[in-house]
Ligand binder design. Structure first.
Ligand code: 8YV
Length: 317
């Protein structure tokens, strides 16, 4: 099928991999927002035609963008997190929203475990040590034992419980922080994040982003984690008070951090790069080919269902 004059017009907020772009081009008239030198003028020029936005987790869809599209019916997100989409603005106009849950649980959980191991076993630093030839001059500093520790997971939804499942093989003691205890979980529940930070050796954050969790990992939580405690964040940069985190890392009032998410991605605070007690990855929790293919497919199936007048596959409530 090729895009014809009557194929629905879709505003694409950012690029998708080519394996998604080809079928998207075949089914829709696409408008590439990220390539427009003047995005507002570009949107105004096509506003009368655009019926859907296809976006990505970190790009979302602002209230301003939504307001400028009078015929908008659907926002389809490539990603599970919808914190960058103005859901209230969508609700107010009956605009439907979809995301890509579940298909990425395993990958994000794997990265959370990988960051924990890399951080405590100093894998990235050791790689650098071997490559640089420093090995010939002496030994590398000793690392921290992973098994036998207490790991606290902040956020115990689909990804949080997958992280717990993965870590169960590592002989660690697990706890989790969530509003309500999960009846089917054998792990220790904490209703206070500070109390869990005080209890655990490693605090893994996988809370949803948005106003309700902004800066929830604050100076008090970091202080409770303490100089022998480690932070791993695979959620959103917004869940951590980044100024407090940088201060704690520089002062070594926490042991270190494994971070996949930051404020102001991709232009993150340069102070992170100067630290030797961090492992940094570029918001890549879902970044495997298999999962990204599944996410793209889910975006397309939702668009297809919407334009065929069928129930959405993964609607956001
Ligand atoms: C992606 C994400 O990194 O699922 C999410 O919420 O943040 C991610 O999986 C992003 O949407 C890909 O651009």
């Amino acid at each position: 099928m090729t895009a014809t004059a009557i194929s629905p017009h879709v505003l694409l907020a950012g690029a998708y991999p080519e394996w998604d772009m080809a079928p998207m081009r075949a089914a829709y008239t696409l408008h590439h927002l990220w390539e427009a030198p003047d995005p507002a003028a570009f949107v105004a020029e096509h506003a009368a035609d655009i019926r859907a936005i296809a976006t990505r987790g970190e790009l979302g869809a602002s209230a301003e963008l939504i307001a400028s599209l009078p015929r908008l019916e659907l926002v389809a997100c490539y990603g599970v997190g919808t914190d960058a989409i103005d859901l209230a603005a969508c609700r107010a106009r009956g605009i439907r929203v979809t995301n890509t849950p579940d298909v990425l649980n395993g990958d994000v959980a794997d990265l959370a475990v990988g960051l924990t191991l890399a951080l405590q076993r100093r894998i990235a630093a050791s790689d650098q040590f071997v490559r640089s030839g420093a090995w010939a001059q002496g030994g590398v500093p000793l690392a921290t034992r992973v098994f036998g520790q207490r790991v606290g997971i902040a956020g115990f939804g689909r990804i949080g419980s997958t992280i717990a499942k993965r870590l169960s093989g590592f002989d660690v003691e697990l706890g989790y922080f969530s509003r309500t205890p999960k009846a089917d979980s054998p792990h220790r529940h904490f209703a206070s994040l500070s109390a869990m930070a005080d209890w655990c050796d490693v605090l893994i954050v996988i809370l949803p982003g948005g106003e309700a969790t902004r800066g929830i990992v604050n100076a008090e939580v970091l202080q409770a984690l303490g100089p022998r405690g480690w932070l791993v964040n695979v959620s959103r940069g917004t869940t951590v008070d980044e100024a407090a985190l940088l201060q704690a890392l520089e002062a070594r009032s926490i042991a270190g951090a494994g971070l996949d998410v930051f404020l102001n991605e991709p232009r993150i605070d340069p102070r992170f790069a100067a630290l030797d007690n961090v492992v940094l990855t570029p918001h890549h929790g879902s970044g495997t080919e298999q999962t990204r293919r599944a996410m793209g497919e889910l975006v397309r199936r939702n668009l297809e269902a919407h334009f065929a007048g069928q129930p959405l596959i993964t609607p956001v409530a």
